[in-house]
Design a protein around this ligand. Structure first.
Ligand code: PEP
Ligand code: MN
Length: 324
């Protein structure tokens, strides 16, 4: 393999390596015309040279046929076991956060969500507690052992978030904020990339490519509903995106039914549907007092309802050969 790498490097091209069980794929990135004139398939150890036609290369199944499993400090996302992320929309107080964290952990979640920097439609709405909120997440992590995911909105806060988050969330509104995407590669922390509300699956994969092209392969994709003409629900959950992404990409897919439907009553059936359709994980908003939540109370489940969701989702997971 070294001979191939040396040759590619000598041509001034970029290299991305994917080690599979049967073969190693060396992804070559750069000007195609340079490669076209090189008999790379004549090099010892090369089985074949294949152009990846899709505009997303590193995110494509062609580049990596096996599913990617992202390791979040011991918790795997993308393997047989379904990962459940749960918690409030935004971090509000340390007491409520710890109470919610204990509740969701008891029900079987392994990751805690909670925004400290909130992307709100109105400038007058609660914008999040900032670093104070991150500190509360750290308290909840230490008390429960849950891993923490929180949203990065501004490249200037990357270092701060990396200190506190186990997974960095890129929200729907920032899916195509390319400078932000380039920032989240610094420590190779796992990134959960949410699909923009008006973005195609291809655009989502191109945004994943931005992160991966900078050397961070730990990308988790998230379907969170898209805008359609239907306004009964907050968005429309694009269930078919799950098998489509699975066909096109090796990256894990997490589904967020909370932001998709916007109403707590509809979250349970959509969570079950997502798992039946092949999702690798769920992100669910949970609050101990949804009526007084500072953000997204209408779509937040009480911990007791979340426990019921976990029970019912478990049956679906087992029916499709998954653990939870
Ligand atoms: C969130 O997860 O709190 C959030 C703001 O979601 P989205 O970016 O999908 O709207
Ligand atoms: Mn929310």
């Amino acid at each position: 393999m070294d001979n191939v790498i040396k040759k590619i490097e000598a041509l001034g091209l970029g290299i991305h390596i994917s080690k599979g069980i049967e073969r190693t794929i060396i992804g070559v990135i750069g000007d195609e015309s340079i490669i076209r004139n090189q008999p790379l398939d004549a090099l010892p150890g090369v089985e074949k040279v294949m152009p990846i036609l899709k505009p997303y290369k590193l995110a494509s199944r062609e580049f990596k046929p096996e599913n990617s499993i992202i390791d979040v400090d011991g918790i795997e996302i993308g393997g047989n076991k379904i990962a459940v992320i749960a918690g409030p929309c935004s971090v509000e107080s340390v007491d409520s956060l710890v109470e919610i964290a204990a509740g969701v952990q008891h029900a079987g979640a392994t990751l805690l969500r909670g925004g400290a920097f909130k992307p709100r439609t109105s400038p007058y709405a609660f914008q999040g507690l900032g670093e104070e909120g991150l500190k509360y997440l750290d308290v909840a992590r230490k008390k429960t052992g849950l891993k923490v995911i929180t949203e990065l909105m501004d490249p200037r806060e990357t270092e701060l978030l990396e200190k506190y988050a186990d997974i960095i969330q890129i929200g729907a509104r920032n899916m195509q904020n390319f400078r932000l995407l380039m920032e989240v590669v610094l420590q190779k922390k796992p990134v959960l990339l949410k699909r923009g509300m008006s973005s195609t699956i291809k655009e989502l994969l191109m945004s994943a490519e931005y992160i991966m092209s900078q050397g961070n392969y730990n990308v988790i994709l998230c379907e969170r509903g898209i805008r359609t003409f239907e306004d009964y629900t907050r968005n429309t959950l694009d269930l078919s995106a799950i098998p489509v992404i699975k066909e096109l990409s090796h990256l894990p897919v997490v589904v967020d039914p909370s932001h998709a439907v916007g109403r707590w009553e509809l979250i349970l059936p959509m969570a079950k549907a997502a798992i039946a359709a092949g999702a690798d994980g769920l992100m669910i908003e949970v609050h101990n007092d949804p009526g007084s939540a500072l953000c997204d109370g209408a779509q937040s489940l009480l911990p007791k309802k979340f426990a019921q969701l976990m029970d019912e989702v478990k049956a679906v997971a087992h029916a499709v050969g998954r653990e939870i």
